[in-house]
Design a protein. Structure first.
Length: 499
């Protein structure tokens, strides 16, 4: 498509989302960027303006307001043309200039290898803490870069794709942006693990058994819900993303027959009451599979995901997963934190990016962490801890008072204790999970009720805990105590060190 055709597509998406949207702003941004990039071309040979337009289309498809879409169009102007951030501010105002400036800061990384990886992490953390909208624009930018990787050398293809799998997709997941996470992973998958990508793709294509049956199941579900009086509902299928399928295959000994959500039936209804009513109707038709009913409405996932999941035995022994949620929950599940801006211009004026950022405690923690470990040596030492804390799948566990704590997968009662308070971690002596006394290295699971027993006479953590704790805070605190203990021992055996 030409630049004009792409802009027309962008304009149509914006108008369909909100007829009152400021399309004039987007038009001015397009003209400005088009003139600035002029005859510049990408490695693929196409005009450079195509890339920012594709970035903006992704943002518009997320129902984001005109200012963010315009920033998407302008995001490469300061870095790749003679126009500056000041020029953009003069033409479009401080909000758009700040967004574009944030993208420009993320783009200027000249390191290689592990140094580049570390600097990318640091800049992403800072950008999220300052204005998470910058990172949302960066996701859209990175997605189109991944979709056009074939034009660059293989080594660079691998580096960009690996960085996307290890940094961008996990952050999208933590921000609740499920659809963006899936798209980034799938686009990167074939460059990072080409043989596994081809194997997974062939396996999924060979498993066509579900497609026709799913159409019939969806029609039966739609009819049952309608006859039961559930109004304004939608029933449609959702194919699992390829990389997510691959990860699940590894968990199930590469046996695709054991993956029940290769395709899922999604039921969208207006209210929470309708969700539970729909669950009852589906269970009235089909028998649920034991242990596969999950209520993420009563207990949302740490990234905010809310839905009802159930897996049922359908006709001919077919096992099918249903996902039931409200339309609002669906928008949040697809777009995560970006859904906060997916409102009309009038509503948007009453919302503050700063307020949203301040409510995201883990983002603030990331900014604090990067300040603590600004030197390369410390950063390298802490990199694996960071990847576990930030990017590993999350679980949610409960305190005896009913509070929910968000921890990385495979966390232990000691991690839980340090999450509550450093002193509780330091004096932790025993733990109960669901009223059962367990060892301190026991791995926690989502939904566990955890109680920590402390010993006030304990002088500090056991250094052996480092063998099984997962969170950065627990590891850092235990290491500090271990180093302090060694220092005291040295002072005791070497008189010259005594003061």
């Amino acid at each position: 498509m030409t630049a004009d055709e792409l802009f027309q597509k962008l304009n149509n998406i914006i108008k369909d989302n909100d007829p009152r949207a400021d399309t004039d702003l987007v038009w001015r941004a397009f003209n400005y960027a088009n003139k600035a990039h002029d005859t510049q071309k990408r490695a693929s040979g196409e005009l450079y303006i195509i890339h920012p337009l594709m970035t903006a289309i992704t943002l518009a498809e997320m129902n984001l307001p005109a200012a963010i879409v315009a920033a998407g169009i302008l995001h490469d102007v300061p870095e790749d043309t003679t126009r500056t951030i000041d020029d953009i501010e003069q033409e479009f105002g401080s909000e758009i200039a700040n967004l574009v400036g944030g993208i420009t800061k993320l783009g200027k990384i000249k390191y290689r290898g592990i140094e580049r990886y570390i600097e990318n992490l640091r800049k992403m953390f800072l950008a999220m803490a300052e204005d998470v909208r910058v990172v949302i624009i960066k996701f859209a930018d990175r997605l189109h870069n991944l979709e056009t990787l074939e034009a660059i050398p293989p080594k660079k293809q691998y580096r960009v794709a690996l960085e996307s799998l290890e940094i961008y997709a996990p952050i999208a997941n933590r921000l609740g942006m499920g659809e963006m996470k899936g798209k980034l992973e799938d686009a990167a998958f074939k460059y990072v693990l080409p043989k596994e990508y081809e194997w997974t793709q062939n396996l999924v294509h060979a498993s066509e058994r579900q497609k026709h049956g799913y159409l019939e199941i969806m029609e039966v579900a739609r009819k049952d819900l309608s006859e039961a009086g559930v109004k304004d509902m939608e029933v449609h299928g959702r194919a699992k993303h390829l990389y997510s399928t691959y990860r699940k295959l590894l968990q199930h000994e590469r046996n695709i027959a054991r993956i029940y959500d290769l395709m899922a039936v999604r039921v969208l209804v207006p209210t929470i009451a309708d969700c539970y009513a729909a669950l009852g109707i589906i269970h009235g038709r089909w028998t649920p599979l034991k242990g596969r009913i999950k209520d993420y409405m009563a207990q949302p996932k740490p990234n905010g995901y809310r839905s009802l999941h159930t897996t049922v035995f359908c006709e001919d022994g077919e096992i099918v997963e249903f996902q039931i949620r409200t339309y609002e929950m669906h928008r949040a599940a697809e777009y995560g934190i970006a859904a906060h801006w997916a409102y009309s211009e009038e509503d948007e004026n009453n919302k503050s990016g700063d307020q949203l950022n301040s409510s995201m405690e883990w983002v603030t923690q990331l900014a604090d962490i990067q300040k603590e470990i600004s030197d390369k040596k410390t950063y390298l030492h802490s990199l694996e801890d960071l990847k576990i804390d930030v990017f590993r799948d999350r679980i949610f566990v409960f305190t005896p008072k009913g509070d929910v704590l968000d921890l990385p997968e495979e966390s232990t009662p000691v991690d839980f204790a340090y999450c509550i308070h450093t002193e509780i971690g330091n004096t932790c002596s025993q733990a109960k999970i669901n009223d059962e006394m367990v060892s301190l290295d026991r791995m926690l699971k989502s939904g566990d009720l955890v109680e920590i027993v402390t010993d006030k006479n304990r002088k500090g953590p056991n250094p052996d805990w480092l063998k099984f704790v997962k969170t950065r805070h627990a590891k850092t605190t235990i290491r500090q105590y271990a180093r302090a203990g060694i220092s005291e021992w040295i002072k005791g055996v070497i008189p010259g060190l005594k003061k």
